[in-house]
Design a protein around this ligand. Structure first.
Ligand code: MOS
Length: 699
């Protein structure tokens, strides 16, 4: 008997049910408002002027031609733009000095009555530069490379004697992989509308966390936080690029203050690669030492990556090697090269996505060298405890995911020999890879209110970036209240709601849900004690999970999963097509079967892009990315997405949060590119080690 993967939710609760998105109708009918669409009276538009040199100084800005155009109100320049207060994020210190740290850095801002006039004015601004020598080329032997210290993750972790154990291993694999820069490109480009009312600032912005935007703007414009209101009710995706405030919101507020008019800054897509972060490229050297019967003795994963001179950022791509496999002798290290490039930042599964591409490809290579099935090799090296920390796992069902997805995928019918399956000019292959993503939880606050009409109102400054956050939070509330789902309303996406953490690092639902659950549980207790009808204002309870949600766990907490892929490689054109993809996850309790599936599938599609089509090229003499629009940076389209399935194993983990959930927003992209790359190797017998696997590389 096949086990039902989605048992009905417990009687009387809404948790786990495939509830539809509450704002779905508003979105598909065009009624949902995004940041650039608020009809603020008197609103005008601004358009940035990007630096036209890769490094240097602005020596002069001639605004006369721009200001002579009809409808133009102002041009802000480094000389006359409003001065900003303090911030930890130097990417936000726009128009504050004449230094150009990279091509595309904002050097002026044109403000006009219409979008078209603002764009024309921006083009009419004449900027003169003194150029300086620039360096944008990432190489492992770069003299400026440094090893990052102890941030959230130590840059370097070494256990035992990795070099000695590797040298002494029966079987040794020494291999290199390369992941190019990647761009987030959410559907809705970054946009902000700002207006001032005296010394009160309101912004509508596209953000993954408006509580942070509020505090950053308060610092930059020297305002008390309660004078800043940030609205981010609907957000058309972010993938990390909206996890921190971006210059658009700062520029809009500056221009609004300067002109006295409400101002919208909506970035054109071509401006995004330089202005909103990117996944930094990573060069991986992996050395795996094993016994002849397939037990790992040494794992050495060394990553070289870049950052900008504006802001330090480390793509922690060697971190998954601290989690995945038994490694008595372990080296996991990063070296970072500061270059004259735009500032990199978070992109879906920062660290894990490129890191697991490299690690899981190398494990597949090792399986081939050993003549061991790649699933069996992984299961043989399942660790008792997390290799990096020595902590026990709160739960780890990777082997179950591998076995269950292998069964569904039909892995036992596979001939393991490379290049063993053909269809005319096509070579067919299948591949597997594992997935992992940490469980992260951040403190949040929420209120729960019982109203006399029998309904409930939940308020929390969560961000719904397309995930269905407001829907799943209503489910969490209904479950804790023992109330029907349609009696619960949720308000999210405004900084005047109870402060909450960002929609990032797959932590949103766990973090906000914990606060919502606690407020609702306390409200239920209050209601039980309350005699007679409720007062008109109802009963209100506030929760705050600070000090608990962020407490160190004695457990290593991660979600796990398995990815399988089947590809067809065209020996005439070099084209690789994915035919089937399957992901099976163990991610704690799944709180909404519909929206969770969308997260998994969305991550897998992004992994498909990473494997086959997405990649950015740093043009060394020019000093910027070559692929700056969707015509040249190829994200998968519908026709590229084959039969794709995502499912999960129900996992009961008491060490997480009151809902028992792990994060699911990012794990879908982790390991997907490796499964596809391993399938391409199985199809062709050739190991390609640089992404993406475009026809020019395959032929
Ligand atoms: Mo995600 S890259 O943490 O928004």
């Amino acid at each position: 008997m096949e086990q039902d993967p989605h048992p009905a939710p417990r009687t009387g609760t809404a948790l786990g049910a495939p509830a539809v998105r509450r704002e779905g109708r508003e979105k598909v009918t065009g009624n949902a408002r995004y940041a650039a669409e608020y009809p603020v009276p008197g609103r005008v538009h601004a358009w940035p002027v990007p630096a036209a040199v890769a490094r240097g100084r602005v020596t002069g800005v001639d605004t006369s031609a721009a200001l002579a155009l009809p409808g133009v109100l102002a041009v802000l320049t480094p000389g006359d733009a409003p001065r900003l207060g303090g911030t930890d994020d130097a990417t936000l210190a726009v128009l504050q000095n004449r230094h150009v740290p990279h091509r595309g850095w904002c050097v002026a801002l044109a403000v006009a009555e219409t979008l078209e006039a603002a764009r024309a004015a921006a083009r009419a601004v004449r900027v003169d530069y003194a150029t300086e020598h620039h360096d944008v080329v990432l190489r492992p032997d770069h003299p400026d490379a440094y090893e990052p210290g102890k941030g959230a993750q130590p840059g370097r972790l070494e256990h035992g004697d990795p070099y000695g154990a590797y040298a002494a291993a029966d079987v040794r694999l020494d291999t290199e992989y390369r992941v190019p820069p990647l761009h987030n490109h959410p559907m809705e480009p970054h946009a902000s509308t700002a207006h001032w009312d005296g010394d009160r600032l309101t912004v509508y912005t596209s953000s993954q966390g408006s509580t942070t935007v509020q505090s950053v703007l308060a610092g930059l414009f020297d305002l008390p936080e309660e004078h800043v209101t940030v609205v981010a009710e609907h957000v058309g995706g972010g993938f990390g690029s909206k996890g921190t405030p971006r210059p658009d919101v700062v520029l809009a507020a500056m221009a609004a203050r300067h002109t006295g008019r409400p101002v919208t800054v909506a970035y054109p897509r071509r401006y995004m690669p330089t202005a909103v972060g990117h996944r930094a490229p990573t060069l991986h050297r992996l050395r795996l030492g094993a016994t002849t019967d397939g037990h790992l003795t040494a794992v050495l994963h060394e990553v070289t990556t870049h950052t900008s001179h504006v802001r330090k950022y480390v793509e922690h791509a060697a971190v998954p090697s601290r989690v995945m496999y038994t490694a008595p002798h372990l080296l996991s290290s990063h070296r970072v090269v500061p270059l004259d490039v735009p500032s990199p930042s978070w992109m879906r599964a920062p660290g894990e996505a490129p890191g697991m591409y490299a690690l899981e490809s190398a494990v597949d290579e090792l399986a081939g060298a050993l003549g061991v099935d790649p699933i069996e090799l992984r299961i043989r090296n399942e660790p008792e405890r997390e290799p990096g920390s020595g902590k026990p796992f709160s739960s780890r069902h990777l082997a179950e995911c591998l076995r269950e997805s292998a069964r569904r995928f039909g892995w036992d019918r596979r001939d393991p020999r490379p290049r063993s399956r053909t269809e005319g000019p096509l070579l067919i292959g299948t591949g597997v890879a594992a997935a992992t993503y940490p469980v992260l939880i951040r403190p949040s606050t929420a209120t729960a209110q019982a109203l006399p009409d029998g309904t409930f109102l939940i308020r929390v400054n969560a961000a719904d970036i397309g995930t269905g956050a407001r829907t799943v939070l209503a489910q969490v509330a209904a479950d804790a209240l023992g109330a029907p789902l349609d009696r619960v309303r949720t308000e999210v996406g405004r900084s005047d709601l109870p402060p909450a953490s960002l929609a990032g690092d797959s932590s949103g639902t766990a973090s906000w849900g914990w606060a919502v659950h606690e407020a609702c549980a306390a409200l239920t207790a209050r209601l039980a004690e309350h005699p007679g009808p409720l007062p008109a204002e109802g009963l209100l309870v506030r929760s705050d999970t600070a000090g608990r949600a962020d407490a160190d766990s004695p457990y290593a907490r991660h979600a796990f999963g398995a990815h399988f892929a089947e590809v067809a490689v065209d020996t005439v054109t070099g084209e690789v097509r994915a035919r089937r993809m399957l992901g099976v996850y163990a991610a704690g309790r799944i709180l909404n079967a519909r929206t969770a599936r969308s997260q998994f599938v969305g991550g897998m599609i992004m992994g498909l892009g990473m494997a086959l089509t997405e990649g950015s090229t740093m043009d060394a003499p020019f000093g910027d990315f070559t692929e700056a629009d969707l015509a040249s940076y190829h994200v998968p389209a519908h026709a590229d997405v084959p039969g794709i399935e995502a499912d999960w194993i129900e996992e009961d983990d008491p060490h997480l949060n009151p809902m028992g959930s792990k994060g699911i927003g990012e794990i879908g992209i982790v390991g997907t590119a490796a499964a596809l790359g391993n399938a391409v190797h199985h199809a062709t017998g050739i190991r390609f080690r640089t992404l993406p696997l475009t026809p020019d590389r395959i032929l």
